[in-house]
Design a protein around this ligand. Structure first.
Ligand SMILES: Nc1ncnc2c1ncn2[C@@H]1O[C@H](COP(=O)(O)OP(=O)(O)O)[C@@H](O)[C@H]1O
Ligand SMILES: O=C(O)[C@@H](O)C(=O)COP(=O)(O)O
Length: 423
């Protein structure tokens, strides 16, 4: 019976969290969407439910998260980990705050921690401010995100407009004094009527302190970094064992990149010099999406006919100048067109023998996996912090190997260097 239940607000976030749970020795499975009583493997310690709520309407996000919570409790999970983005991707409406509020209420919890930090990917929180590398969040490339532009760095100020609760902060001076001091500070915040508490973390020691201080709370929340603070399960070699267990599928290889994030743009630029590529054309998609997708598929099949194992790259954005703001006349936003096109490409590529797929972007991954009707993922070999290969099972029972890459994760060569690391 699983002890830990994760709810991740996008699909890359779910594999990110699962990657770190596996690294702590937990046998972990990811389900896509709220599972409907489907049989999970018996031998799991953690179940992560991936939902696509980061940019959904608030009521839809809350309803989905509560349904996920119910499912996890029915599965027997004793603790819940609410996973959101390490760069706190959200808007003043939500959905981080409303979801945490709902989970707190449903779990009747005294309070919880807000821990976006993921030091392995250079997301740290110091004095309540979120840094990406050496830059404050609002100075980083996240300022220009197409869906959730981040123009503030103090996590409390990002959260306050989204929650009905008061928000507290505990700074590094306290965290570094250890779990007991942190727990006392958290209890003081809860008692003072601030049940959501932003906690500083600048390295994995801080995450271990936070995890230890909150081990009896029914709800913890954060990026995936906090999972690296959880106690190591006493199971030697577990990550390698899990990686060896997933099926490896032969077949054509593709990268679908809908992300406009800085890391993805650098990865696209690197891959363009090495792989056959197709850049989606927004006007062509707007004029006739099916025709543009058919052209992409025909092109990809011709490339695979030349070299069956050479990956093809289909992508949307080279530079921020490509990013179209949502139209003011209520027309279809470019983001929707790109996601729909990449979802259809995935389905048609699979019909034409694609066995391995790297997807860049959280929203994009959600659309692609929904299109492929993948319902469950088992994690395989890790590729870089927060990114692993996985085996996805479609509703029809077919298996495809997938690596879901968050927009800003991964080394520059991830689109070209990942393929051989699967086996
Ligand atoms: N040219 C474009 N103009 C506007 N939005 C775009 C464009 N190209 C891609 N997008 C959208 O940007 C969003 C990127 O989000 P996501 O896939 O989550 O990537 P990331 O992980 O980098 O945040 C997607 O909805 C995608 O469809
Ligand atoms: O926590 C993170 O940074 C990632 O897991 C994540 O959620 C990133 O979001 P996307 O860039 O939209 O994939």
């Amino acid at each position: 019976m699983p002890v830990l239940g994760g709810i991740a607000d996008d699909f890359t976030g779910a594999t990110d969290l699962a990657t770190n749970l596996v690294a702590r020795g937990l046998r972990t499975v990811v389900t896509l969407g709220v599972p409907s009583g489907e049989d999970l493997p018996a031998d799991v310690d953690a179940v992560v439910i991936a939902v696509k709520t980061r940019t959904a309407e608030v009521t839809e996000a809350v309803t989905t998260a509560r349904a996920a919570l119910r499912a996890l409790r029915e599965l027997g999970c004793e603790r819940i980990y609410d996973k959101y983005c390490s760069t706190f991707d959200s808007t003043p409406q939500g959905n981080i705050g409303p979801v945490v509020d709902a989970l707190l209420a449903d779990l009747d919890a005294p309070g919880t921690v807000i821990v976006p930090a993921f030091p392995d990917t250079e997301r740290t929180v110091y004095q309540g401010r979120l840094f990406v590398g050496s830059e404050l969040l609002d100075d980083s490339s996240m300022r220009h995100h197409p869906l959730t532009p981040m123009t503030e760095s103090r996590v409390r100020l990002l959260l306050e407009p989204q929650t009905r609760h008061a928000v507290g902060e505990v700074f590094h001076q306290v965290v570094r004094r250890g779990p007991a001091a942190l727990r006392a500070a958290l209890d003081a915040e809860f008692a003072a009527g601030r049940p959501l508490v932003v906690v500083d973390a600048i390295d994995d020691d801080d995450l271990r302190t936070i995890a230890e201080a909150t081990r009896d709370l029914p709800l913890i929340t954060g990026g995936s970094g906090l999972a690296l603070g959880l106690a190591q399960a006493d199971r030697a070699g577990e990550p390698a064992r899990q990686a060896a267990l997933i099926p490896v599928v032969d077949g054509h290889r593709a990268v679908l990149a809908g992300s406009a994030s800085a890391a993805t743009r650098a990865q696209v630029a690197h891959a363009r010099d090495r792989l056959p590529w197709w850049k989606l054309n927004l006007s062509a998609l707007r004029a006739d999406l099916d025709a543009e997708v058919a052209a992409v598929v025909e092109w990809a099949r011709a490339r695979w006919a030349e070299d069956a194992l050479r990956p093809v790259l289909v992508y949307a954005v080279d530079s921020l100048a490509d990013v179209e703001p949502p139209p003011s006349d209520g027309g279809e936003p470019a983001s929707v067109l790109v996601e729909r096109a990449l979802g259809r490409c995935a389905t048609l590529f699979a019909e034409h023998g694609m066995g391995r797929l790297v997807v860049a972007g959280g929203e994009t991954s959600g659309t692609v996996l929904t299109a492929l009707e993948v319902t469950r993922l088992r994690l395989g070999a890790p590729l870089s912090p927060g990114v692993s290969w996985a085996a996805g099972t479609t509703r029809a029972g077919a298996v495809v190997n997938l690596a879901l890459k968050s927009g800003n994760f991964g080394d520059e060569d991830i689109f070209t260097s990942s393929w051989e690391r699967l086996a």
